[in-house]
Design a protein. Sequence first.
Length: 237
Amino acid sequence: MGEKTIPILPCQSLQPVLTFYSALGFEVTFQQKSPNPYAVVQRGDIELQFFGLKQYDPAASVSTCYVLTDDVDGLYQAFRAGLKEAYGRIPTRGLPRVGPVKDMSYGVRQFLITDPAGNCLRIGQPTREDQHHRPAPQETFARALHHASLLADSKGDPAAAAKVIDRVLRLEDERPTPLQLLHLLVLRADVAGRLGDEETAATACADAAAVRLTAEERSSARAELARLADLRTVGGP
C-alpha cells in the first residue's frame, strides 16, 4: 500500500484559517466544533488538518510544512488571485501573507505563504536533481543578496537578513549595479515589513522605486518590480 503524510497544524481559532484556505481554492472537507475544534481542508492532493488551541499565539508560531508541486508558478498565481479577490489586495506583511516566488540556491523554485494562524507553507518545485546549496557568489553584492535571501526565506530570520543588507549598502568603496540595488532594497523592504518596521519598509520601497533602470533591465526585473508593487500596497493586518 502507499503512504501519505498529512500535517496537523495548530490555530487559535478555526474560522479565520478556513476562510483563508477557501480563498486559496481549498475545500473544507471536515469541521468539528466540539469536543475539540478540528478541521480538514483539501485542494487536489494537498490535504491539511488543523486543531484549535485557545492559548496558541500565531505571532510566535514556528509550525511549517513543505508542499512539492510540478507547477509552482501556477499555484503562486492562483493563490495570489484568490487572496486578492478575498482580501482586496495581496497581503505581504503580518498574518496572513505571501512571499515572492524565487529560485533558491539549493535547486528549488519556491514561495512561502503564511496563514492567519502563523503556519508557514513552503511550496516548491525542484529545478535540478542535486539539492545541495550552490557555492555563494564571490562578488560583494551578489553574495550579500544570496545570504540575505537564505536568512529571510530559508532560515526565517528577517532580522539577520536586514543586517546583511544594511551592512553592504553602507559600503563606501563599492556600489551595486542598479539591478542589484533594486533586489537588495526590495528584500530590505520585505524583511522590514515582516519585522513590523513600517518606516524602514516605506523608505526602502521609495528608494527601490527611484532606482533608474534601462528598458532591458526593467524587463529582466519584472518579478522584482511586481513584488515592489505588492509591498507598496498598504496592507497586512
